[in-house]
Design a protein around this ligand. Structure first.
Ligand code: HEC
Ligand code: HEC
Ligand code: HEC
Ligand code: HEC
Ligand code: HEC
Length: 219
């Protein structure tokens, strides 16, 4: 029987197979790499549905309640935390206590069960993050979360990717502000000064160091 393939075709086949394999592997790597950098994956700007329509504009914007009143652990712990219903009822047992929008809060309170808020900002489990150090070193909420005071429903404002974390960690002076201003959504450096001047002064004052070791965030 004549050989189906000429001896040389073997090499040609291998070359083709290699090329296809390469493309497949290439696509297998490059595809996800492009995808994880696209807004489809990072979900920047997508508001998340919540069990109660909590609107930061009414609470932070109009009422001027400080972030720390509700996210009270942000200065002390790794987590900022989302408030319990009893905290809502500090006010809402008196004001807007008949509002249908608050019905789920009242029901949950009397049934003694928590409201489960859907997470908007979420890092993979292999990443270590800590709120308190950022707040203590003068990184504002707005730098990472955007204008929460203008959001009817919270959406993710930044990619929270490794490149994004490192961008700041390499030279944090470009983002630092006085500690007293961390929850201020509209802070600006004083007139006649630049962010770099203010940032470098605060970097020295708060002993801020550039942290780019892998073990800073992967431990
Ligand atoms: C009156 C209470 C209250 C105040 C004040 C408040 N928040 Fe919230 N915040 C909530 C509640 C409740 C949620 C959960 C529901 C939601 O995501 O909207 C939340 C959610 C968030 C989230 C999203 C959490 C996630 O899942 O990723 C961020 C970020 C946030 N708040 C930042 C802030 C900042 C910054 C301020 C101050 C400018 C602030 N909040 C003030 C009650 C409050
Ligand atoms: C410090 C007082 C205070 C706390 C604490 C507070 N709220 Fe409010 N809330 C207000 C005020 C004041 C308004 C009315 C704002 C306006 O109309 O501008 C309001 C309005 C609302 C409304 C709109 C009601 C309607 O019918 O339009 C909802 C929903 C709401 N709050 C949910 C919550 C939830 C959920 C919590 C707890 C996570 C919470 N609030 C905690 C003061 C508070
Ligand atoms: C350096 C960036 C950065 C700063 C500054 C920052 N956050 Fe966050 N925040 C994050 C990241 C990242 C997450 C997601 C954490 C996770 O999934 O482990 C998050 C999550 C949250 C959550 C969801 C609950 C939780 O603890 O995971 C709330 C609420 C929140 N931040 C509020 C705040 C408030 C209020 C401030 C200012 C006082 C603030 N954040 C400052 C990056 C930041
Ligand atoms: C806008 C600036 C900024 C961004 C964005 C930022 N960081 Fe930081 N981070 C800092 C500063 C400033 C410090 C304090 C460094 C010091 O002096 O120890 C810090 C400290 C830390 C520490 C504590 C290091 C230690 O050894 O205690 C961890 C962990 C950390 N950051 C993780 C992250 C992660 C993860 C992200 C991204 C999701 C992130 N950071 C985004 C500015 C930032
Ligand atoms: C400032 C914080 C920070 C530092 C420092 C850091 N990483 Fe990451 N790393 C992250 C975050 C955040 C993610 C998650 C990215 C995502 O979900 O898109 C990540 C993800 C990863 C992943 C998963 C694959 C990927 O790209 O998503 C690997 C692998 C990784 N890091 C390795 C490293 C190595 C190696 C170093 C040291 C050279 C390092 N990281 C330093 C924050 C950090």
């Amino acid at each position: 029987m004549p050989a189906l393939f000429k001896p040389g075709s073997n090499t040609a086949f291998r070359v083709t197979l290699f090329a296809f394999g390469f493309l497949a592997v290439g696509g297998g790597i490059a595809g996800p790499m492009i995808y994880v950098r696209s807004p489809f994956y990072t979900q920047i700007g997508d508001p998340i549905d919540q069990p109660v329509q909590f609107d930061h504009r009414h609470h932070v914007g109009d009422e001027g309640i400080d972030c720390r009143y509700c996210h009270w652990s942000v200065e002390k712990s790794s987590q900022a935390g989302v408030p319990q219903i009893s905290l809502c009822l500090n006010c809402h047992s008196q004001i807007w206590n008949k509002s249908p929008k608050l019905a789920p809060i009242r029901e949950a309170f009397f049934a003694d069960r928590p409201i489960i808020w859907n997470k908007v900002n979420k890092l993979p489990h292999f990443v270590y993050f800590n709120h308190s150090i950022h707040v203590a070193k003068g990184v504002g909420c707005v730098t990472c979360h955007g204008r929460i005071d203008l959001m009817p429903a919270v959406h993710k404002a930044q990619p929270l990717s490794m490149a994004w974390c490192l961008e700041c960690h390499r030279a944090p002076e470009r983002f630092l502000r006085p500690r007293e201003e961390v929850t201020n959504m509209t802070y600006e450096v004083p007139e006649g000064h630049t962010q770099l001047e203010v940032g470098l002064a605060l970097k020295a004052k708060y002993h801020v160091v550039s942290r780019v070791n892998c073990t800073t965030c992967h431990r």
